[in-house]
Design a protein around this ligand. Structure first.
Ligand SMILES: [Zn+2]
Length: 54
């Protein structure tokens, strides 16, 4: 498997979906990521904050 270049759906930045990540996603049966790591981290952080407030 090779590293794959994807475009983030959120900020349109190019990011690398590495071979290792692809393997992990395949194993778990996940779809390939639509967002770059920083957008995903921001989303996770926002979710955490929201849960914390609730
Ligand atoms: Zn992004």
């Amino acid at each position: 498997m090779e590293d794959k270049k994807l475009i983030c759906a959120e900020c349109a930045a190019e990011f690398i979906f590495t071979a290792g990540e692809q393997e992990f996603y395949n194993e778990k049966g996940f779809q390939e990521p639509k967002k770059c790591k920083s957008c995903r981290d921001a989303f996770k952080a926002a979710k955490r904050n929201k849960n914390y407030q609730n």
